[in-house]
Write a protein of this length. Structure first.
Length: 108
């Protein structure tokens, strides 16, 4: 059986690999990130949960922040904040607001 890169690595290791790939301008960084996202989205579909979808966006933003892709992180958090508001996920909304405030501090 042919295992995907995702299946061969623990999620934490893959996350670390993605961050390092972006920081090192690896041409495969985006592909690695997309593969990770697609695998996580499959898990989210099984959960059938709006909050899980929102958390995936926040987790994706966290990866972007670690990789110093602050504009991408802002876009992900902005979308997550809108979705949290629309889904009436107050705690998630506040968590995202806090992250956005912290991100603004990093950007200045």
């Amino acid at each position: 059986m042919n295992e995907s890169y995702f299946e061969k690595h623990e999620k934490g290791d893959l996350r670390k690999d993605i961050v390092e790939a972006f920081k090192n301008n690896n041409p495969n960084a985006r592909e690695l990130f997309v593969t990770w996202r697609e695998e996580r989205e499959k898990e989210i579909v099984l959960l059938n949960s709006a909050s899980a979808e929102i958390r995936l966006s926040v987790e994706s933003a966290d990866i972007c922040i670690e990789a110093e892709l602050l504009d991408e992180a802002w876009e992900l958090l902005s979308s997550a904040r809108i979705q949290a508001n629309n889904e009436n996920e107050v705690d998630l909304f506040l968590e995202i607001e806090k992250k956005m405030d912290e991100l603004e501090g990093l950007s200045s």
